[in-house]
Structure formats: structure tokens, C-alpha cells
Design a protein around this ligand. Structure first.
Ligand SMILES: [Zn+2]
Ligand SMILES: [Zn+2]
Length: 301
């Protein structure tokens, strides 16, 4: 997935606008890592890719609206949804660019919903739930089911795969930029795919996952639970931090952002986990950078 000659001067700008899983968790105990649900932006000049539209997308939308207020270029946003669970779509009605005349907002998602993808999104903005329906939005809003293997957007190429180890399924994405690759793979229970039981053969799925994330400069991935918590939440569709870090290292990921934090995990626990895993993977040869995604964080990759 990486080209041999890479333009490392053109770095992607990654923004974390929501890193909490399942439900938003505002409050004093979560103010450092944030309480907004999943939203990550990938920007290269005027190409804007967004992964998921949890409540975090509201702040991204305000930022984009400010940025483009005095510019002659029209804003075009490509929003890729992993799936339609509430924590990944609830911010759409509050996404400012959708209310901007002339702005283009394209929402992409799985075609595996039997044609219902658009209906699910429009349903969320039905009159009983929200005062503005999708058809009332003044932007040029389009909803597309993904087809083919890749999509070129400006200097970026986006590829995707279906993930089956999550209730109702989800999609993972890889963005190939001029100088680096970023993978977004949230909402998957890798503990069900990488089963330690040798009688359960899941080699094909394991290889697909490892190939997809291989050599990523940044992997943003579901690490919701600790191994101690896992037996009580098995089957919920999320991965343990222990397993995620092992697999990412095996796939030669350079930097790992642990993502989709459990609503019950306060800042002090996430800080402690970060210390532990950062130290563990910094001393290996080669090392792997590990950090816990934090709302409001913007990093070049
Ligand atoms: Zn989720
Ligand atoms: Zn989900």
C-alpha cells in the first residue's frame, strides 16, 4: 500500500474531535481525553476527509465554517461512516457545513445495508427526532454507498474493507497520502477474530486485517477495554488494549492511537494505561509509538 518514492514534505493533518466510544461523557472526570463520540479529520490542503460523525463533529464543523468564512473556495467535505450506531452518526444534524450554502458534503457508507443506508441517515433527522430534515439543509448534501475498492480525492486515496466482528458490521478505512498512510479501524472485536483457540480457524480474516493495517504511519483503532474487563463485555464488539497493541506491533504499525475510549474510563485510568503501554513499546526494536487519542489534538503525520 505504500509507494517507493514518497513526498514527505506533504504531511497529513490529523484532528481528533471525539475519541469516546458508545455515548458522550462530559464532566470533570473525562475533561482531558474528552467526552465527545468518534470523529477524526484527515486534511491535506483543501481536501477534507472525516471519519465518523459522533458528537465530536460539531466542533470540527464550527472550525471549518470559521476557516472558510472569508475564503472564495467552496468547502467540500468527504464524510466516511464506519457504521450507523448512534455514537457514529449523532453529530450530523449539528455539522455546520451542512447548513452552509454552496458547501458540498458527501457522506459515504457501506452498501451492505440492503439499500437502507440513506434511509437510516434520513430517519435520524425525521421530524419526530429533529426540527430540520435532511432535505431542508442548504448545502449540497449527497449520500453514497461505497463501491469499488478505492476512491481518489485530491492527492489522497481512500480504501476500505468490511469488518464483521461488530454487531451489524462496520467499515475500516485507509488513507494513502503523498508521504504517509493513516488507517481508521474502530468498532471491531479483534478478540473474536484473533481467537487463541487453535480449533477456531480465522486465518483469512486475520490476514485481511493485518494486511490492511500493515506499515501504517498512524493506526487509529478500537481499544475500549482492558483484559480484566473483557469477560464481562465479550460480544459487545470492541477490542482489548492488550490485543490491539500486540497486533499493531506485529503489523509493523509505526504509531498507534488507541481510540473509542470506554465511557466508564476516567482520565486518570487512561493516563496510567498510556504510561504503561508507551513505555512497553518504546523499548522494543523497532519501537512503536503508542498514545491515547485525545479530543482537540491535531497532529501531523
Ligand atoms: Zn462506537
Ligand atoms: Zn458500533
Amino acid at each position: 500500500m505504500t509507494s517507493s518514492i514518497r513526498d514527505t514534505t506533504q504531511r497529513l493533518q490529523i484532528g481528533f474531535w471525539g475519541a469516546r466510544g458508545s455515548i458522550s461523557t462530559p464532566g470533570r472526570l473525562t475533561e482531558k481525553y474528552g467526552g465527545n463520540t468518534p470523529c477524526v479529520s484527515v486534511r491535506l490542503n483543501d481536501t477534507h476527509i472525516v471519519f465518523d460523525a459522533g458528537t465530536g463533529i460539531r466542533n470540527l464543523g464550527l472550525e471549518l465554517a470559521r476557516d472558510y468564512a472569508d475564503r472564495s473556495e467552496e468547502l467540500s467535505v468527504h464524510l466516511f461512516l464506519s457504521h450507523t450506531h448512534w455514537d457514529h452518526i449523532q453529530g450530523i444534524p449539528f455539522f455546520e457545513p451542512a447548513y452552509m450554502q454552496g458547501a458540498k458534503v458527501t457522506i459515504y457508507g457501506s452498501s451492505a445495508k440492503h439499500g437502507f443506508f440513506e434511509e437510516i441517515l434520513r430517519g435520524q433527522m425525521g421530524y419526530e427526532y429533529f426540527p430540520v430534515t435532511m432535505s431542508d439543509l442548504p448545502s449540497e448534501l449527497r449520500i453514497r454507498e461505497l463501491e469499488g475498492e478505492t476512491l481518489a480525492l485530491g492527492d489522497l486515496v481512500v480504501s476500505w474493507e468490511e469488518q464483521i466482528y461488530h454487531p451489524g458490521g462496520s467499515l475500516r478505512y485507509r488513507v494513502q497520502g503523498p508521504g504517509s498512510d493513516v488507517v481508521y479501524a474502530s468498532d471491531i472485536e479483534l478478540n473474536k477474530c484473533f481467537v487463541p483457540d487453535p480449533d477456531i480457524q480465522r486465518a483469512g480474516e486475520q490476514k485481511r486485517y493485518l494486511d490492511f493495517i500493515h506499515d501504517a504511519d498512524l493506526l487509529i483503532a478500537d481499544g475500549q477495554y482492558t483484559a480484566e474487563e473483557y469477560p464481562a463485555v465479550e460480544g459487545y464488539g470492541h477490542t482489548t488494549i492488550e490485543l490491539l497493541t500486540e497486533i499493531a506491533y506485529q503489523a509493523q504499525v509505526k504509531r498507534l492511537a488507541v481510540f473509542h475510549h470506554d465511557p466508564k474510563h476516567p482520565d486518570r485510568l487512561l493516563d496510567a494505561l498510556w504510561q504503561e503501554y508507551r513505555a512497553k513499546y518504546a523499548t522494543l526494536t523497532p519501537p512503536m509509538g503508542v498514545f491515547w487519542a485525545r479530543e482537540g489534538q491535531i497532529i501531523p503525520v
